[in-house]
Design a protein around this ligand. Structure first.
Ligand SMILES: NC(=O)c1ccc[n+]([C@@H]2O[C@H](COP(=O)([O-])OP(=O)(O)OC[C@H]3O[C@@H](n4cnc5c(N)ncnc54)[C@H](O)[C@@H]3O)[C@@H](O)[C@H]2O)c1
Length: 358
């Protein structure tokens, strides 16, 4: 059974004694990273409001928070300026995570990607600027685009692929978010910090939208072949969501890194093929590995990024960021969460089958 680091006893709706430390608004807080951050903040006594349109997030992710006296949920879209203005008021900080994310979704719907990520961020940052609020903006390693400098540092130049390739709508919209946050910081005094996440992984991450590790773990546990896209020589660097949440909680409370950008990731680099092998070994699975051409998954002309590894020197020095969770531990945590979900579904199916809890 998986233990939750923020609610180890599984308790819900409990409130710590003492005054709340901060009132934090999380956009996209029903998603993978946002809901994990929400748990961490509630556990330390903060007040948290989540705004989410539940497009890729889910209320299930907020199971620990629901009913908590210091938690509020607003279902809505960040492009709704009146809703965002009302949500922002009365908070000390906003962590802006809401975005269209996941290669499958991005490639399938570039318009929604551009509108949610560019217009949505404009609305959030305009409101945060009016309220002079501490603001953390989530960006992505995708903004390094086709850069051939490795590891990637925050000041590296960026080379995007052609706008005729839908995948770049995500990187470009996120780069736009960065420009806007930094400009508002310089010209209008918004205390904003941009964090560029590199492949964040952990329990609650959906396997539906093209994320590799949750898909591999689910395939391994089901005894199905692990589907490696391309030849598997492309590399990624995986950072446990608990390490990412540590960086975010530090930034919320300290006026460090204002008007600046930080890589947040784990520099340990692995090929996707070795990742598949590690997942199989770690889960004691008998699964095979099969190779699937990128074009079969993402369509003709898809451009892959072949290497992605962060230089975290700056985050270490200025934020004290030091990822401590290994790839093996995150595989174990995801496997435990997937097994827990399966057990719960079976139990519920059993209850419904005998009619006792219908
Ligand atoms: N997970 C990663 O590996 C990773 C890597 C780089 C960057 N990021 C960034 O981190 C942030 C969080 O990502 P995540 O992995 O938790 O993804 P996620 O899909 O689990 O979370 C995103 C949340 O935003 C919500 N959302 C989307 N569009 C919205 C809108 N228009 N209005 C309101 N809510 C909206 C979704 O419902 C979801 O709950 C995103 O900004 C993403 O770009 C994540």
């Amino acid at each position: 059974m998986q233990t939750d680091p923020y609610f180890p006893s599984g308790a819900r709706g409990t409130r710590r004694s003492g005054p709340a430390m901060s009132r934090v608004l999380i956009t996209g807080g029903a998603g993978f990273i946002g809901s994990t951050l929400c748990d961490a903040l509630l556990a330390r006594g903060d007040e948290v409001t989540v705004v989410d349109n539940l497009s890729t997030g889910s209320l299930d992710n907020l199971g620990h928070a629901w009913g908590h006296a210091s938690f509020a949920f607003i279902e809505g879209d960040i492009r709704d300026a009146r809703l965002v203005e009302r949500a922002v008021a009365g908070h000390d900080a906003v962590v802006h995570l809401a975005a269209r994310i996941g290669l499958r979704l991005v490639v399938a719907s570039p318009i929604e990607t551009i509108e949610a990520n560019a217009r949505g961020t404009e609305v959030v940052l305009e409101a945060a600027t009016r309220h002079g609020m501490r603001t953390i903006v989530a960006s992505t390693s995708e903004v390094y685009g086709l850069s051939t400098r490795h590891p990637s540092s925050e000041s590296d130049p960026i080379t995007f692929g052609s706008p005729t390739r839908g995948r770049w709508s995500y990187a470009c919209s996120k780069a736009y978010d960065e420009f806007l946050a930094l400009a508002l910081s310089r010209e209008r005094g918004l205390p904003a910090t941009v964090v560029r996440f590199f492949n964040t992984v952990g329990p609650r991450q959906s396997a539906r939208y093209g994320m590799v590790l949750p898909r591999f773990v689910r395939q391994a546990l089901a005894g199905e072949p692990l589907t490696v896209y391309g030849d598997g020589t492309q590399t990624r660097s995986f950072c446990h969501v608990y390490d990412v949440v540590d960086a975010l909680t530090t930034l919320i409370n300290h006026p460090v890194g204002i008007g600046d950008v930080f890589n947040i990731g784990n520099p340990a680099e692995i090929t996707v093929l070795d990742l598949a092998r590690t997942v199989i070994a770690r889960t004691w699975s008998a699964s095979d590995i099969t190779f699937v051409p990128f074009a079969d998954v993402f369509g003709e002309g898809f451009e892959e990024i072949y290497r992605r590894v962060p230089d975290i020197t700056k985050a270490r020095a200025e934020l004290g960021f030091s990822p401590s969770h290994t790839l093996e531990s995150v595989i174990d945590d995801i496997a435990a969460a997937v097994t827990g979900e399966a057990a719960l579904s079976l139990a519920l199916a059993g209850q419904h089958a005998d009619g006792s809890h219908v």
